[in-house]
Every structure is written in structure tokens, then in C-alpha cells.
Design a binder for this molecule. Sequence first.
Ligand code: ATP
Ligand code: ZN
Length: 294
Amino acid sequence: MTERLRIALQKKGRLAEDSFKLLRKCGLRFTIRGDGLLARVKNMPIDLLLVRDDDIPSFVANNAADIGIVGENVLVEEQLVSNDKLDANIKMRLGFSKCKLCLASPENNELDNIIKLSNTRIATSYPGVLKKFLDEEKIKAKLVEMKGAVELAPSIGIADSICDLVSSGATLEANGLKVFRTILESEAVLIQSKRSLSAEKGILLKKVFRRIDGVIKSSETKYVMLNAPREKVDEITELLPGSDSPTIVPLAGSDNLVALQAVCTEKILWENLEELKLLGARAILVLPIEKMMS
Ligand code: ATP
Ligand code: ZN
């Protein structure tokens, strides 16, 4: 019987949809049902273990799953509270669910600098990361541990400031809080343990990694096509962000103009196109790339 690879994912929440989307772009076909803990991938020997994000690092470490997708903030916290005994390590950064773990305090008070945190109360769901930060800064403060709704702690009088995740800052603002320090930057990461896998699973995992890598790379990578004066080709190539040697084709009916095509691996901004135009490039097209394999 074929061994099935198991991937731990958040069932519901801020990571869930983007994790499903990434795997679907990798060609995995599956259906998520409301109550299921496991979803079977129909076209590959893979099962998805659908759980709370906080459980993902330990599931990967304890062999309940082979790999997992989780916020770096959760991974770092779990590693710290286990005294670095957790065998779950970052294999790939995935570029979505970006957020920051920040210190914030009520807008109208003076707690706007970490020095002033001494002997105050800080509410957080990340005691491990916060304690490490305070120890490094040699600040002694009381941590008030909360599982959720941390942003309410100052207004209900159980803490003076908070240490919580921020993406746009709108939730904090709505609660009259202002960020004064970032202590960790986070994004979704793919994690794996150091355990060795059977040859069969190893081959499948390599394939999954290669596809994920291809999806991540192709999301920023674009195919650029333009017409340019022959003598400007070198200068134009230099301006294309992250491009290899371009393909140059003569344009029918023109001695001076050529068509240039290149794969650009870095983000292309309007400013880049304006600079290309100044060098004489015309009919500039930037096309998305759906899949890539090198
Ligand atoms: P679960 O029920 O799985 O325990 P949760 O409530 O702990 O979910 P979510 O709020 O769904 O977690 O957030 C999951 C992850 O999404 C966070 O750990 C973090 O990595 C990321 N994230 C991105 N932006 C934010 C944000 N503004 N607030 C909270 N988390 C964010
Ligand atoms: Zn959680």
C-alpha cells in the first residue's frame, strides 16, 4: 500500500484559505468539509490534517504530520516555550499572512518606550517571545497571559500595555491603542522535522516542495515583451528587474527595432516601465506566468 504524506494545516482562520489556495495551485485536488479533521487529496497520496494553528508545530515534531504550514510567530513561540526541544524547523517562507508582533499602549498614556515598561503589566498570547525580548532588554515586567481579545486588556484594567499581532493596525486603533515597538516580523512558513522519511515519502515530498517553490516564484515572476531600438538592448536588459539573458528577435519591416522578451523574477513597478520607455522601449507588455520549473 502506498504511504500517504500528511500535511498539517489550519482548519479555519487567517492562514487557512491561503494555505488551501497554495496547495491547489500545486495541483492537489481536495474538498474541505465543515466537520472533518482529515481531507484526502484525490489525485496524490497526501492527506491534509486540519487543526488549530497552535497545534501544528508539535504535530510536525511528534510525527502526527510530515510537514505543516503555520505562522512563524506561532512556531517561534512554541519553540521558546519548549526550550528549543521542538523538532519543527522552517523549510520555506511562503510570503502570505504577513504580520508583526508589536507592543502597544493606550494612545493617551506615556507608555511609549520600552524603558517605561519596567514594573508594568503587559497582556499577551505570546509569553515566550515577549519574555525573551524583555530579558534581552533587561526589563522586568509582569506578563498577563491571555488566549484572545488581548487588545481589550488595558480598557478593562488588567494590563497597562499589550503585545499582540498587528497587520493593518485597524483593530488596535479601534481600541484606542498605539504601537510603539515591533518585536517580531512574521509570515506563513512551511515546517518540517529533522526525522528521515521513507524513500517513497521523500520523493513525494521533494515533488511537493518543487511545486510550492514554483508557485511562490511564479507569483512575482512576469514575462516582459517589448519593442526596442537595437542599440538600446543592453541598457534595457539591465533595467529589467531580475532578468536572465533575454530573447531578441528582429521585427519584420524594421532594421532598427527588435522585439525583446525576458522572464523577470522581481516585482515590476510602474517606475520600471517609465524608465524603459525613456530608453525608447515601446509596446511594453507585462504578462503573468502561471507555472515555472527550472
Ligand atoms: P486557531 O483557531 O487556529 O487557533 P487563531 O485564532 O489562533 O486560530 P488566526 O487569527 O486565524 O489564529 O491567525 C492565524 C495566523 O495568521 C496568526 O498566527 C498569524 O501568523 C497570522 N496573522 C496575519 N495577520 C494577522 C492579524 N492581523 N492578527 C492575527 N494574526 C494574523
Ligand atoms: Zn491559534
